[in-house]
Design a protein around this ligand. Sequence first.
Ligand code: L98
Ligand code: ZN
Length: 354
Amino acid sequence: MWTSTCLPSTLTWCTLSCSRVTLNTSGVLIEDLQEAIEAQEDGGPSPRTHSYTKYNTWDKVHSWTASIASSNPSLISKQVIGNTYEGRPMTLLKLGKKSSSSKPAIFMDCGIHAREWISPAFCQWFVKEALSTYGSDSQMTSLLNEMDVYVLPVFNIDGYDYTHKSNRMWRKTRSRKSGSSCTGADPNRNWNAGWCSMGASSNPCSDTFCGYSPESEIEVKNVADFIRRNKSAIKAYLTVHSYSQLLLFPYSYTYELAADHSELMKVAEGASSALRSLYGTRYTSGPGATTIYPAAGGSDDWAYDLGVKYSYTFELRDTGRYGFLLPESQIKPTCEETMLAVKYIAAYVQKNLY
Ligand code: L98
Ligand code: ZN
């Protein structure tokens, strides 16, 4: 049932709702889902420490953040951009060679949606690769010499922690407001970009609840404030989700084409073919509204309208066989191929700086 209901023709419904088909009427997870959850862990037993080929808990990601920053002070620094609803620090990593003058930058976040575990795994992988290939890979060396890359490894930390401890299929934040018994808003429907006009719900119990107002979710406000403050430096915004194997760009809140449509499409196609060159994984590129579904209030549209031209949403592996429950054995190949796409976009942005 799990796989047969996830045919590509039902993609729109599937991406948001596949998890629900495995709930019985009393809301208890049925055996199929429990089995699928256990099957994710095909990467061997869980070590006590952080691993790039496992889905790390928030506590492990948090301590990894501190140790990776302190062990590479010349290339990486960290700053807390605010706290989550439940009070966890949102630590942003800044990768790049130190410079006396300010450098142009790329901003990348992972884990906006709690259950999309391959996404935070990718941000961690990216940081490791950037540090370990600086000085040997000419493209990475030049990128980090000329630009800074901001990486937010887990955007929706409260939700991510909740998927590890209580409900693997949770998507939203964990905020509460008096007047509703339902928890959380969709942090990718809460940005001030055509907010709540289409493809989002004003029902607090919905998985795509847009929130009570734009930036009502503190995690969204913290990131939006950071990007606004650093608007003149930030040349590209990359946000990593799963699943569907898509590389999307604005708009999702309207069917109108972005002013930079042709260039955004050209870069997306180049990035997708770089990705495909490694293991043959096929990605589809295009504007969100027509390629996946119209959905207002997303971070990509917001960043683009703010003036960050190269604004992309990745939907990583797979196309529905495992969906959010992508086995750990696929972390390495997924991250390796995604690196090629991210590096392609970064190289293009860098080449067009001046
Ligand atoms: S799970 C990610 C998904 C999505 C959003 C957007 C996919 C592609 C583009 N961007 C958007 N502004 N809606 C989603 O949030 O549902
Ligand atoms: Zn998502």
